[in-house]
Every structure is written in structure tokens, then in C-alpha cells.
Design a protein around this ligand. Structure first.
Ligand SMILES: [Zn+2]
Length: 132
């Protein structure tokens, strides 16, 4: 399989090394939104390469959601001519609706940034922390 773009791969929530295994356990459970298997079911890539690995994902989530909600409030005020308080209510509703999306997406992007694609990963099935 040809290499898929890492950003698209992160949006699809697939393993960064083989781009086939799912990063999160399905079906989604509200009580366990970050339920990930220990290893990729296809290539054995570790999904928690080291303790605190996803600490950096928190910063990604903060950056993405910060700019996203700034844009939401900007559109509400400038395009729909809502008051600041009404814009905040709209923003909070959208924040509640997109909470799990940003939570999982930041983890998926973080692991896709730090672990490289390996076209032979599926055949090798080595247990690896990082892709080198
Ligand atoms: Zn994999």
C-alpha cells in the first residue's frame, strides 16, 4: 500500500506505522474516550511508546481548539451579528459537541507526528516503541 499523508491518516485514526490498524478501540464508549489497544493489531506498533507520551497531545488540542473556537466566536459576532454572550453560548454548545473529536484527534496527530510510516511493518510485526 502506498504511503498515505500523515494528516489524513491521523483524521482516519489509523496506526502511523502500518496505516491499517485502528488507533482506538471500537465501538466508542463515553466512559472510556481514550480507549486504545496496547499494540497495533496489524503491525504490533506500541501505542504508548513511553510513559506520558501523550502529554504533548494536550498542547496540540489546546492550540487547535483555541483557534477553532476563536473562529467560531468571530463568525458569530461578525457574520451573524450575535452579542458576545450569545456567541459564548454558541461556542460552549459547539465545544461540548466537538469535545471527543478534539480529544482523540490531538492524540492521533501526535502519534502520527512522532512515528514514521514503514511499508514493511505488517510483514515484520516487530514490537516497536518508536519507528527507528
Ligand atoms: Zn500498525
Amino acid at each position: 500500500m502506498a504511503k498515505r499523508n500523515s494528516i489524513i491518516n491521523a483524521f482516519m485514526k489509523k496506526c502511523p506505522r502500518c496505516q491499517e490498524g485502528d488507533l482506538f478501540i471500537k465501538p466508542f464508549e463515553f466512559s472510556k474516550p481514550l480507549n486504545m489497544p496496547d499494540h497495533c493489531p496489524v503491525c504490533n506498533q506500541k501505542f504508548l511508546p513511553e510513559p506520558g507520551f501523550y502529554y504533548g497531545a494536550m498542547f496540540l488540542s489546546y492550540i487547535f481548539s483555541g483557534f477553532f473556537f476563536l473562529a467560531v466566536v468571530g463568525v458569530c459576532i461578525l457574520v451573524f451579528k450575535l452579542s458576545l454572550n450569545a456567541s459564548m453560548v454558541v461556542m460552549l454548545l459547539i465545544a461540548a459537541a466537538t469535545y471527543f473529536f478534539f480529544l482523540r484527534m490531538s492524540r492521533a496527530i501526535w502519534i502520527n507526528l512522532l512515528i514514521k510510516y514503514d511499508p514493511d511493518a505488517k510483514a515484520k510485526k516487530e514490537v516497536k516503541a518508536f519507528g527507528y
